[in-house]
Design a protein around this ligand. Structure first.
Ligand code: ATP
Ligand code: MG
Length: 914
């Protein structure tokens, strides 16, 4: 490919030239959204550039710009888009990739989108025009209009070879966001990489062409024209505004511009693969021989780095599981090519170095990313060890049952529950002469995938309710009941406000009035009520017109930016839209919440001081009765650490620091040392909450919540629990203020009554309990000793029951014993006493029968086998067992038949003697 200017461009320059080009066409450059879609629970990961603009297309949201361009971090490993299986085997599908895009929100349309895409590709980047093809929509079912408009613009505003404008149907060229909603035709730009790139040349029926299945042609850029809205019954209506949504595969375009056949040949991947090669000491030929592993490691290494960078941690569900799976897959490939232990953090370092300059969050979280990755690799190593043990047990069991194949569902269980990979199961099985039922494995996997797929379907929830809210908000703004920015939010000013009733929603419908007994959603022109966010729960309270009417508010929500609804019940009177109203937050509850919120910051700060700067907030709940704080840390906290933390926070409370909020730019706040939360999105202007002297604060965090004015208002701080909530994640629960007081009182009460029972003072309880424990232990020892004595005595009596079976001493008897160990010990005594013989003992343990059989070696030589013997005996009580020829044990269900079972023994011995 001979583009003059492009040949020497690095990937960073190519990304920048895309953004610069669209900036020059009046586009606002927007930053990439997180890989974790913030407000869309239906979508596991961001998988296309349009995700962050979805609400604009749906008409639910407006932005200041109508033209935008960006590069969006995307991940396609789950749900509707899953390219995982292709990664490593083809050279242009990745798990993690960047999608470059330009957007028009009701601004320009097909003509400009086509002209600019063409200009950028051919003029700016110098791609040869004769290698480019454009596809246009033509409905194979003849129902929808052919996109002649796009075809015409391709012919008119570009100088593409007219033969290269080709038509395709719904699958390739009609784009839908979901079963309903915005949709429209699209036009794709494909690149012809020349005859040699075709991988189907051996197929006599294959003809190369766009969308014909070979690798000669591949999709570079998709221009989507959103012009319809599809309703529930599948009918398309023209949208009032038409939009453009494009997606250009960044790695693919870099490969083309750097003139390499594979995305892995671009500078985006070579530096990673070089590092892998260097670490492992492969020759170039060895690297080539293991190229799939190299690609998978490079691809997954990028995905893992970015996922952790966006706040995802390895775990067993949802997003966390996907990260774990990708990371372990990379680790497996690493092990295959010879890495003995963790190595992925080295890969991540290269990724951070390469991508950090554009995606600046990576550098900021560098230590955390590296640490998280290595920890998970370590954990994986332990999983492998556990899995190997389980597999050994499984195989032992199968041998005992005379089987030679590991059932598919067992192999799947190892894989699914313990993360133990199939190829390892296969290897171990082979070593022990076993096969694996791989069909059964696949069937189990498919079954689970079906479930997962059903759960993850990209369903677009445009609930009816959301439409009501959206129409309402538009209307309120149009009528100027609400300013353009929506409901005025006053919560930081206090707990009371005068306002007007802007709207009432009753039974999901907009209403004019409400009366006593109605459940309502009430919109005010201004509100002091806090809406749940940043972990802090919503306020409750009342909205009243004194002497006229009163609504008790139990919750507050913000269904759309700018619209705040108060949920509650009308407790008296009747009111209408337009009424004056006083909004009164439950101030005492608000203060409880504020105590816990400020205490949360102090706790966060203390954790970092005591445990280290790696501590990151991973979740938080600020409620009136308690606070819950989740954070990253890999070990259980020692009591020493816990008391240091409690002390640090309580000292800050007693220091009576002032708590102040200032507003500044995000950059300045971070530079001044304020803590920003992981995975949280911040605007340009932020609110910084400072505790202590504002010029040299004790703690400072970006925060929009409500706080106390001085730390002494918190009263006191007690940790009520500390626990693990997943790999590398811990949770602390705390009470403050009134909650702390209640907690302490209750504890003192319990301590007091314990002291009374023990007959000592509260200070002595600890000592007294320890003395009691010692006493209990001593008694337990004495009991065990006595038990043995009794067993010994019983045993002497038992010896009188020894029978002679063809010259062999045989003892089969039921005894009293608490466990199999005692039975084993008794059988030892027997062997010591008689020198040569057979003993089978049975006992009822936990109301179930148990047996031990022992046979001296001389009799084993004569054909007796303790395992077989005890198995036959146990059959009588509906059980089974086995073991070595000299010693074996068994269990069963029916304790009532132990005697009957034991009576078989002489006969079995008789027959067993050869
Ligand atoms: P393909 O058919 O090649 O899988 P697609 O139809 O799934 O592509 P779109 O959903 O239209 O792709 O995404 C827009 C662009 O993103 C594509 O034109 C392509 O260049 C790029 N792209 C899509 N999937 C991947 C991936 N897994 N890795 C890298 N780039 C991709
Ligand atoms: Mg695809």
């Amino acid at each position: 490919m001979k583009g003059e200017l492009s040949m020497s461009m690095t990937s960073a320059e190519i990304r920048q030239s895309f953004l610069d080009f669209f900036a020059s066409k009046g586009h606002t450059i927007v930053s990439s959204d997180s890989l974790v879609p913030g407000d869309d629970p239906t979508l596991l990961f961001t998988n296309a550039g349009m995700n962050q603009f979805k609400n604009i297309f749906l008409g639910l949201e407006k932005r200041e710009y109508t033209r935008a361009a960006d590069t969006q971090k995307c991940l396609r490993v789950s749900g509707k888009h899953n390219d995982l299986e292709d990664v490593g085997y083809d050279t242009y599908h990745h798990t993690f990739f960047e999608m470059l895009g330009n957007w028009s929100f009701g601004d320009y349309y097909k003509k400009e989108a086509i002209a600019w895409a063409w200009e950028l590709l051919t003029e700016v980047w110098g791609l040869p025009k004769d290698r480019l093809w454009a596809t246009v929509f033509k409905d194979e079912e003849g129902e929808l209009e052919t996109d002649e408009e796009a075809a015409r613009y391709w012919a008119e505003v570009t100088d593409i070879d007219p033969e290269h404008i080709v038509y395709f149907g719904r699958k390739d060229n009609f784009w839908e966001m979901g079963d309903t909603g915005p949709c429209g035709p699209c036009s794709e730009i494909h690149l012809d990489r020349g005859v040699d790139a075709c991988d189907l040349q051996d197929d006599p029926n294959h003809v190369c062409g766009v969308n014909s299945g070979c690798r000669r042609f591949f999709e570079l850029w998709n221009l989507v024209f959103i012009q319809y809205n599809k309703n529930d019954s599948g009918v398309l209506h023209d949208l009032p505004a038409k939009h453009v949504d494009t997606g250009l595969g960044f790695e693919r375009v870099v490969a083309v511009l750097q003139d390499v056949v594979s995305n892995y040949g671009t500078d985006l991947f070579t530096s990673i693969m070089d590092r892998v090669q260097e670490m492992i000491g492969h020759s170039d030929a060895e690297r080539e021989a293991n190229i799939v592993a190299y690609r998978v490691i490079a691809d997954h290494g990028r995905a893992v780095t970015f996922l952790v960078g966006d706040g995802v941690l390895p775990g067993n569900e949802g997003r966390n599981y996907v990260l774990r799976m990708i990371l372990r897959r990379a680790a497996r490939f690493g092990r295959k090519i010879g890495f003995p232990g963790p190595f992925l953090s080295e890969v991540a370092k290269v990724v951070i170095e390469k991508m950090g300059p554009h995606f600046t969050g990576l550098e900021a979280r560098r230590e955390f990313i590296l640490q998280t990755i290595t920890q998970e690799e370590d954990r994986f190593q332990r999983t492998l060890d556990v899995g190997l043990n389980l597999l050994d047990d499984l195989i032992d069991g199968l041998i005992a049952r005379g089987e030679t194949v590991i059932p598919g569902d067992e192999a799947f269980k190892l894989y699914d529950t313990y993360g133990f990979p199939l190829d390892l199961t296969r290897d171990v099985a082979k070593e022990r002469g076993f096969a694996v039922d791989e069909e059964g494995f696949v069937a189990a996997l498919e079954e689970q995938r079906e479930l997962a797929r059903a759960a993850q379907q990209f369903v677009l929830e445009v609930g009816e309710k959301l439409e009501v809210y959206s129409d309402l908000l538009d209307e309120l703004k149009r009528m100027e009941v609400l300013p353009a920015t929506g409901v005025e939010h006053l919560y930081s000013e206090g707990t009371e406000a005068e306002a007007k009733v802007a709207a009432i929603v009753r039974d999901g419908q907009v209403a004019d009035s409400a009366r006593e007994g109605d459940e309502v959603e009430l919109v005010l022109t201004a509100t002091p009520f806090y809406v749940e966010s940043g972990g802090q729960v919503s306020d409750t309270g009342v909205i009243v017109q004194d002497g006229e009417w009163r609504v008790a508010i139990s919750d507050v929500r913000q269904p759309l930016p700018g619209l705040i609804v108060h949920l509650g019940e009308v407790v008296s009177g009747e009111f209408r839209v337009g009424d004056r109203a006083r909004a009164l937050v439950d101030a005492e509850r608000r203060l409880d919440i504020a105590r816990n919120h400020t205490a949360t910051h102090l706790l966060h700060n203390a954790l970092r001081r005591v445990l280290g700067q790696h501590v990151q907030q991973a979740g938080s709940l600020v409620a009136p009765d308690r606070l819950r704080f989740d954070f990253t840390h890999s070990a259980m906290l020692t009591s020493e650490e816990l008391s240091q933390i409690v002390q640090s926070v309580n000292e800050a409370i007693l220091a009576n620091y002032p708590v102040t909020a200032i507003h500044s730019s995000y950059k300045e706040a971070i530079a001044a040392g304020a803590i920003a939360l992981f995975g949280e999105k911040y605007g340009e202007r932020v609110r910084v909450l400072k505790t202590g002297d504002p010029s040299e604060p004790f703690s400072q965090e970006l925060c929009g919540g409500t706080h106390v004015n001085r730390t002494s208002e918190i009263g006191s701080f007690h940790i009520i629990s500390e626990s693990s909530i997943g790999a590398g994640l811990r949770r602390i629960e705390v009470v403050t203020g009134r909650g702390a007081q209640e907690f302490v009182q209750k504890r003192m009460g319990v301590l007091g009554s314990a002291a009374a029972s023990l007959g000592c003072s509260p200070d002595e309880v600890d000592q007294k309990v320890r003395a009691l424990q010692d006493e209990v232990q001593r008694l337990a020892k004495a009991v065990a000793h006595l038990r043995r004595e009794i067993a010994h005595r019983d045993f002497e009596e038992l010896l009188s029951q020894v029978q002679d079976v063809s010259g062999v001493k045989v003892l089969a008897a039921q005894v009293e014993a608490a466990d199999l160990d005692t039975l084993r010990e008794m059988s030892d005594w027997f062997r010591n006493r008689v020198g040569s013989g057979v003993i089978v003992l049975g006992a009822v343990m936990d109301s179930k029968p148990g047996f031990v059989a022992a046979i001296t070696p001389d009799l084993v030589e004569r054909g007796l086998h303790a395992g077989q013997l005890v198995k036959r005996v146990a059959q009588v009580v509906g059980g089974g067992g086995g073991g070595r020829p000299t010693l074996a044990q068994a269990g069963g269900r029916d304790a009532g038949r132990i005697g009957e079972a034991l009576r078989l023994v002489p006969d079995l011995v008789e027959r067993g003697l050869s």
